[in-house]
Design a protein around this ligand. Structure first.
Ligand code: FMN
Length: 199
């Protein structure tokens, strides 16, 4: 049985363009994987706290030396990591906000990057520990960036996922959503066509 983990990160939760594309993909995936399991997180509706020193120190403290509060923080991170570890497919709805990823997704990444758990350092450099997964990223933008140096989002998300071992990452773009109705309609139609092909 396949498991899919969906992370929607739009400020507008289910109303976001990225969420709607991701939801559409997940519905198509479910239709093809009738016994598949879907786990969803809405990072706008249920935000993950920013990583601060207290939380980071909770991650790296020895389990037997953690205070109850530190243990709760570590348990929360462990839950997020277990969800990801159990998933065969990762789907992220990824709007561009102010040239970057939503801060809620950064907070999520900060809670799943754990040395010795999702990656480890070796003499040859870091090795990701979450292997054998496929990631689909539904990237929505008001302007046009894909394939240009201004698209720092794609490089960053791909690099982060590669770092933790997720090397099979496909981006599906809907760009130019704020460049008029014709541009928006064409971009959404293109993304929908692509998602129907790959679901
Ligand atoms: C706060 C905010 C910041 C944005 N910043 C950018 C940006 O830097 N570049 C861009 O092309 N579009 C930008 N946009 C437009 C969004 O990328 C676009 O509307 C996209 O569809 C948002 O996805 P969503 O509907 O899933 O939230 C921004 C939108 C918002 C609300």
């Amino acid at each position: 049985m396949s498991t899919l983990l969906q992370l929607n990160t739009s400020l507008f939760s289910t109303q976001g363009q990225s969420s709607q594309l991701a939801d559409r993909f997940v519905a198509a995936w479910q239709a093809k994987h009738v016994d598949g399991r879907v786990v969803s997180r809405d990072l706008a509706g249920h935000p993950i706290p920013h990583l601060d020193a207290e939380r980071f120190l909770s991650f790296i403290a020895k389990p037997e030396e953690r205070s109850p509060a530190q243990q709760a923080v570590a348990d929360f991170s462990d839950t997020l990591i277990a969800e990801l570890k159990n998933a065969d497919v990762l789907v992220i709805g990824l709007p561009m906000y102010n040239f970057g990823i939503p801060s809620t997704l950064k907070a999520y990444f900060d809670h799943i990057a754990r040395a010795g758990v999702t990656f480890r350092y070796t003499e040859k450099g870091p090795v990701g520990l979450l292997e054998g997964k496929k990631a689909y990223i539904f990237a929505t933008r008001g302007g046009l960036y894909a394939g240009t140096a201004k698209d720092s989002q794609t490089v960053y998300v791909r690099d982060f996922l590669n770092f933790i071992g997720i090397s099979d990452v496909e981006f599906i773009y809907a760009e130019g959503l704020n460049l008029g109705e014709a541009s928006k309609a064409a971009a959404l139609a293109g993304a929908q066509e692509r998602l129907a092909q790959i679901a």
